[in-house]
Design a protein around this ligand. Structure first.
Ligand SMILES: Cc1cc2nc3c(=O)[nH]c(=O)nc-3n(C[C@H](O)[C@H](O)[C@H](O)COP(=O)(O)OP(=O)(O)OC[C@H]3O[C@@H](n4cnc5c(N)ncnc54)[C@H](O)[C@@H]3O)c2cc1C
Length: 578
């Protein structure tokens, strides 16, 4: 059964879609036996699968238990504490942290498998576990050696936990609105202000984005002048710092995940990275968290699909299981296509990030000094970095939106019982909803991706997709042609968007969806030979989605920015009303 959590699709991707030999050659100074190394990774994932299977067996029934605040202390429900302890005891927190600080240095793609498994077992627990990797990695990347030594080994052992404090009442999507203040006094930093909606806000270490007091007025309203600071609840000398959890929120879903209001009252903190340039450093953490949320969304969707599939097989109506009804088959097929396509995109993006990091390591090492291929590799690194900035928001956007859709369909397959408060189907849906909101809403992901498209990432992505398809043309002539037509429709649509940024923004989600569809189509074709089911999946996906790409392109081409004026009239905004 544990094999089932570390499922076949994960293993196929590791075995066939990652160039491990190249990855290790670039990332490690010493020669590595790639097969043995990958086997070690698989062993870690199998252990994780065993633990997640146990957690999943006991999680239902406790899902509605809320986090409480007792004497200023955040208390998570017992099943969350027990789940975390199971993972911690097995050494399974902070898997990507470097071995220098006692981590496993696990590649990102494998960490996303891990997060998917945890989320499938318990989405609330995943919010806590998922934060640890990103928090620790930001300290590793931007902290002084003293901070690293002080905190990272304890993160790796799971003795301390972290959280990420960005949002304020007036600064949600727009972090330029941050007014929490960081004041420097004789070389020490102190934070004053209030953060809201902080996941795992009872943690020992807060990574806080705060506005530097020395440039407060000039930088206000922008993301310039923000510093990233590490604010511990207990100071290194053991005294209590001025950080307080003022409230924990009651929510629609992920009840076991603490969501807190945090007050900073002249709390001492330590600078991470450059003063006033913290937004860039926080982006690293946010990008890692976005991919983590994509994995979480897929994990929840997988759980919902399995529940619905099992229910459909045993629920009898009109003399047979409802699974025999074509409409139910269609619902379940849509669910699984959505899940597997989101997974293909996430794994591909994470593997690209791993390879790019390996390239970066190689190019910054002495080993590359005499490499005649150095310039080409540097170009590859730059192109990849561009693609990653484009694909990361797209992954988050796509995986979380499909998760909302899949979990909603899961309720539909269950009929009335799916709407009952204590059944899993409804629970998965209410847990899934947050994924399209936190770490940047879907609208924000789509607008980020649009910005990257305008900087040329779209053409790099389409060129790469075209090149991949050419290799597949002989084997899969018809689907390849359909995807090429899809690419053609995208280029047609983009020309209608270029002229007007407002019209482009209005269509940001639509164009993102079209790009995601063609990139995933190529990836699914690359996987099509791995099994009969994969081949069917690829052709069905392409058949369905290339029609949608064409329809979306026609819709974009048929309009212009006057559409926004029409919406204003519908909304009663035409006369300047609100
Ligand atoms: C359960 C939970 C956990 C969270 N955990 C954390 C955490 O650990 N740390 C942290 O710092 N924050 C956290 N957050 C905050 C979360 O990241 C924000 O709620 C989110 O970024 C949206 O901000 P907002 O709620 O202020 O919505 P708003 O920014 O007010 O957005 C409202 C609506 O307007 C849309 N919108 C806003 N701007 C634009 C635009 N330019 N274009 C198009 N549409 C736009 C949004 O998409 C949304 O639909 C959490 C939130 C929740 C609910």
């Amino acid at each position: 059964m544990a094999d089932d959590f570390f499922h076949r699709e994960m293993e196929l991707f590791i075995d066939h879609r990652v160039d491990w030999v190249r990855y290790f050659r670039l990332s490690r100074p010493e020669p590595v036996n790639a097969v043995e190394e990958v086997e070690t990774y698989k062993a870690i994932l199998r252990t994780a699968a065993d633990v997640c299977e146990d957690i999943a067996a006991t999680a239902p029934g406790q899902w509605r238990e809320e986090v409480t605040l007792v004497d200023g202390r955040v208390v998570v429900p017992p099943h969350i504490a027990a789940g975390y302890e199971r993972l911690r005891a097995a050494g399974l927190v902070c898997l990507t942290l470097s071995p220098t600080y006692n981590g496993f240095g696990l590649p990102l793609v494998l960490n996303s498998y891990f997060l998917e498994m945890v989320a499938r077992a318990d989405a609330s627990l995943m919010t806590i576990v998922g934060l640890q990797t990103g928090t620790a990695q930001d300290i590793e990347k931007y902290g002084t050696e003293d901070l690293r030594q002080r905190y990272l080994p304890r993160f790796a052992r799971g003795e301390i936990q972290g959280c990420m404090d960005l949002t304020e009442a007036q600064a949600g999507s727009d972090l330029g609105g941050i007014v929490t203040r960081a004041t420097e006094e004789h070389g020490r930093y102190f934070i004053d202000g209030e953060k809201i909606f902080i996941t795992n806000g009872g943690a020992d270490v807060h990574l806080v984005l705060a506005r530097d007091a020395s440039t407060f007025d000039q930088s206000r309203g922008t993301t310039n002048g923000l510093s990233l600071l590490l604010c511990p609840v207990n100071l290194p000398d053991g005294t209590r710092n001025g950080v307080r959890v003022a409230r924990v929120e009651s929510k629609l879903g992920i009840h076991g995940s603490p969501t807190c209001v945090i007050e900073f009252d002249h709390a001492e903190a330590f600078l991470l990275g450059e003063r006033g340039a913290g937004f860039r450093a926080m982006l690293d953490l946010m990008n890692a968290a976005r991919l983590g949320v994509a994995a979480q969304a897929i994990g929840i969707a997988e759980a919902a699909y399995r529940e619905a599939r099992a229910y459909a097989a045993q629920r009898v109506q009109f003399g047979g299981p409802i699974l025999e009804q074509p409409l139910i088959k269609n619902l379940l097929t849509s669910m699984i296509i959505n899940i597997q396509s989101a997974r293909a995109f996430l794994y591909r993006t994470c593997a690209l990030i791993d390879l790019t990091e390996a390239l970066r390591t190689y190019l910054s090492s002495d080993r590359s000094a005499q490499d005649p291929d150095r310039a080409r590799l540097q170009q590859q690194l730059d192109d990849n970095a561009h693609l990653i900035r484009f694909f990361t928001p797209l992954c988050k956007y796509y995986a979380t939106e499909i998760s909302n859709d899949v979990t909603r369909k899961g309720i539909q397959v269950h009929g009335g019982i799916g709407y009952m408060a204590d059944t899993p189907a409804g629970h998965y849906h209410s847990d899934s909803i947050i994924t399209t909101i936190y770490e940047g809403t879907s609208e924000i992901q789509a607008s980020f991706a649009l910005k990257e498209m305008a900087k040329g990432a779209l053409f790099t992505a389409l060129e790469q997709t075209r090149a991949e398809l050419e290799h597949l043309r002989q084997e899969f002539p018809e689907p390849v042609e359909q995807v090429c037509v899809g690419i053609h429709w995208i280029t047609e649509a983009v020309s209608s968007l270029l002229a007007d940024p407002q019209y482009a923004l209005l269509n940001a989600k639509r164009i993102c969806k079209m790009v995601v569809d063609v990139v995933i189509a190529a990836e699914l074709l690359l996987q099509a030979n791995l099994s009969e089911a994969k081949r069917e999946l690829a052709t069905t996906f392409i058949h369905r989605r290339m029609l949608a790409v064409e329809m979306n392109a026609r819709r974009i081409r048929a309009g212009d920015a006057s559409r926004i004026k029409r919406y204003d009239r519908i909304l009663g905004l035409a006369d300047g009303g609100t």
